[in-house]
Design a protein. Structure first.
Length: 339
């Protein structure tokens, strides 16, 4: 019998499951929604692709992650390889946050042969913490960088130092995927997400930044998750925005267990995993063209046949089958106009 119980972690409700069997046998519907199952049937599992994950900590002993976590591990506090999860005090007791472990597990499920470099962001002591994490990622051998955390204090735009560090990251040849946020507002509705839109359109970022929104599938209806930020009427915001499953996502958590978690933080590694599969399929394609391939092939109709408007879903929902077919049917993918 499965052991399960509810546990509050910040603003999210986690549903914990005991045992390894569930992870192996669970159908993991997001794989079907994004046509990841199609890619896996084509023997694409992210081989040769490497992801750097910036987050609050990782359960590096989790049996579902051990084989994919890189020996190259960093934290921003002392540059040692201790990437263990942060402990927070909540409701009268100390608990593990499990955020980074959950994010890494999603990547492992979508791209089970990709290498994951854990980068523990410690302290959140102003810009320098974020800049240091981004510099570590820039120097790493990663192809894709997962950022499921806010790179500024609440309500503030990206600082010049963080903005420039992200540009350096893109110019080092990395693809960057950043969570769009969970306020349920248009991207131009607060200073932080508006600055992400500005960054995505900066020529120096080279088209290598994607913003990830979260979709939901409940009671036969596919929608944007009610907490997810969205592009709104701003065409610039729509251009580099893509949507992936992000509500009630089952993944790894502390102590060798599994639990559900919701947020654009969960949609981001879905997109990252998809990029890993495209990297394996098209290893010689420049990063900005891999990003463009994922964006331009996105599904623009819901599973029940309703058009997905760009003001809500941006370019649409991740569709790996379409991305792979589009890439293979293009006899010569040039550096011509993107989107």
């Amino acid at each position: 019998m499965l052991n399960r119980f509810l546990f509050m972690a910040g603003s999210c409700i986690l549903l914990f499951y005991g045992g390894k069997l569930l992870w192996q046998k669970n159908a993991f519907p997001p794989l079907s929604v994004m046509e990841v199952t199609y890619a896996h049937k084509q023997h694409l599992e992210g081989k040769g692709a490497t992801v750097a994950v910036l987050d609050e900590g990782f359960d590096s002993d989790h049996h579902a992650l051990k084989s994919q976590l890189s020996p190259y591990r960093y934290n921003t506090s002392n540059e040692r390889r201790d990437v263990s999860e942060s402990v927070i005090f909540e409701q009268g007791k100390y608990i593990f946050e499990s955020h980074g472990t959950h994010v890494a597990g999603i990547i492992a499920k979508v791209a089970p042969n990709a290498e994951v470099i854990p980068i523990k962001v410690m302290g959140f002591e102003g810009d320098q913490t974020f800049v240091k994490a981004l510099q570590i990622a820039t120097k790493s051998h990663a192809h894709v960088v997962n950022i499921s955390l806010r790179l500024s204090h609440t309500g503030q735009s990206l600082s010049p130092n963080v903005y420039n560090a992200l540009i350096d990251l893109a110019q080092s040849g990395k693809l960057i995927v950043i969570a769009a946020g969970n306020e349920g507002i248009p991207l131009m509705g607060n200073a932080y997400t508006a600055s992400l839109v500005e960054l995505a359109h900066d020529p120096k970022i080279k088209g290598c930044l994607i913003l990830a929104g979260a979709s939901s599938y409940k009671e036969g209806t596919e929608t944007l998750a009610n907490f997810s930020n969205y592009p709104g009427n701003n065409l610039a915001a729509q251009r580099f925005f893509i949507t992936a499953p992000g509500e009630d996502i089952l993944s790894t958590i502390t102590g060798g267990r599994f639990g559900e978690k919701s947020g654009t933080s969960m949609a981001t590694p879905m997109v990252v995993g998809a990029l890993c599969l495209l990297k394996e399929a098209f290893p010689n394609l420049p990063p900005e063209l891999i990003a463009n391939l994922l964006l331009t092939s996105a599904r623009k109709v819901s599973l029940e046949g309703i058009p997905l408007v760009s003001t809500t879903f941006g370019q649409g929902l991740v569709n790996l089958e379409a991305a792979l077919l589009q890439g293979r049917n293009t006899s010569h993918i040039s550096r011509g106009p993107l989107l």
